[in-house]
Design a protein around this ligand. Sequence first.
Ligand SMILES: Cc1ncc(COP(=O)(O)O)c(C=O)c1O
Length: 366
Amino acid sequence: MYARRAERLAPTLPASVPAGTIGFDSGHAFPGVLPDLTREAERALTRYRAETLQYAPRAGLPDLRAWMAGYTNPGLTPEHILVTNGAKHALELVCRLLIDEGDTVAVTAPTYFSAIPILKSFGVRFVEIPQDEDGLDIAGLDTVPKFIYNVPDFHNPTAVTMSLERRQALIAFAERHGIVVVEDSPYREVRFEGALPPSLKSLGGDTVIHLGTFSKLMAPGLRIGWVAAPPPMIAKMAQLKTDAGSCPLTQRIILEFLAADRLSEHIKLVQATYRSNRDHMVAAIEREMPSASFVEPHGGYYVWLTLPEGTNGDHVAACAAENGVAIIAGSKFFANPGPKHHVRLAFSHATHEEIDEGVRRVAAAF
Ligand SMILES: Cc1ncc(COP(=O)(O)O)c(C=O)c1O
């Protein structure tokens, strides 16, 4: 009955987490950093009503495309930008543009777990690339895929950032073989310390398709992101986008927020909040789970725990759930079957008290 792309997918959605559970699982924003957009929404619905309650231009509001172009990389123009319903939607459009069933896509092992079903639904075969503290190591890839997908800044789930040398080697590989790199970088501004190397887009130009999002910059519920690519690709992706344009009301609310010059102050709040949550979670893990190892995150939302060899992270996650704390088993982050002795803990959403209590319960489960 089902099409092949649906056959490959799980028959049910994951069960929702029971009320009262401490949430270390999802990449939800901390409630205290969700911006008050009342004024922006009111202006969008009054002054801009004729725009915000109509169909939008399919590629997005011109002013927002212009902002996204400048923000992604100076030198890009609005024609390089397609506004999407978030970065995941942007990845889906890239797949619709580039993937035929059976094509190979390269991802890190582990990789962003929500990217896996998107890629799977297009019938891709995965090839995995190893990574270490310097990020994805292209020297470990021995085939030429259709494209390489990566999260180079504060990688989800491992939190590692690609070094400049690794970025240059990745771009050189892609240029040599005439393929593209898909750069998914939602956490670049969620930085706690240190400087980041230049983005892949700024190093690789047209060799890189960049996915952007307001989910971590402002709020995930806005569901606005973008894809930055050469204009002919944007023109085709705009035709493959079947929603008649992302919501213009939300786009205008974001433009009003930007026009009021609130973004930089907001990013400072985001950084301070998540830095303090990171500090709290790292201290709790060191206190409660001394045999777990991890790379301290310098940005992003997550700690990737390596448990002693032989530990089953699936069981740890199941026991943690019974103890009232939601975490994600590391096995979910491998496109092909992978090691089991990891779990991912998000520090973005919980309070300090919940972090202390939650890590105690994860340690008990472990
Ligand atoms: C690697 C990665 N990409 C993208 C996103 C966000 O996607 P979206 O813009 O669809 O909310 C996340 C959020 O968790 C992420 O971790």
